[in-house]
Design a protein. Sequence first.
Length: 174
Amino acid sequence: SSVKLKLICAQVLKDLLGEAIDYEKILKLTSDAKLESGDVKATIAVLSFILSSAAKHNVDSESLSSELQQLGLPKEHATGLCRSYEEKQSPLQDNLRACSLRLSQLDSVSWRVDYTLSSSELQEVNEPLVHLMFAVRDRDSGVTETVPMAVSADKFRVLLAELKQAQALMKTLL
């Protein structure tokens, strides 16, 4: 029924939003249809694909409903699915955006500047050195790795300017 499909969609959307999916609930909802485990998994995969693809391509619920009906899904089922999608479209898009093209996540940055006046080799150096320490967390394992880096003041200015350009470009994409 369309109510059961909407409840299954709610579980799939929870999964897409990073929350725990309740497989027991889905199995109860599909028990009267006598679906096997593989069929239930396929149903979840198809709904996940439809909902995530619609969110990725910014499809409105009316267009999604129309497309699903053209593919043969009954109107009541398409309407229920699209209502669930419409309720979670914005957070779903935000979550997909946050997860896209990310291999790791920057947790923190610390820095210090050392100013070398002279050394054993040179009588006068007078050059600042910027020490950066990045704490980078791997998305899959959750392990945080510390990445140290030391650059001259000139290279740091170039790095900072390029990072600001990249940030401005990313803001235009969001």
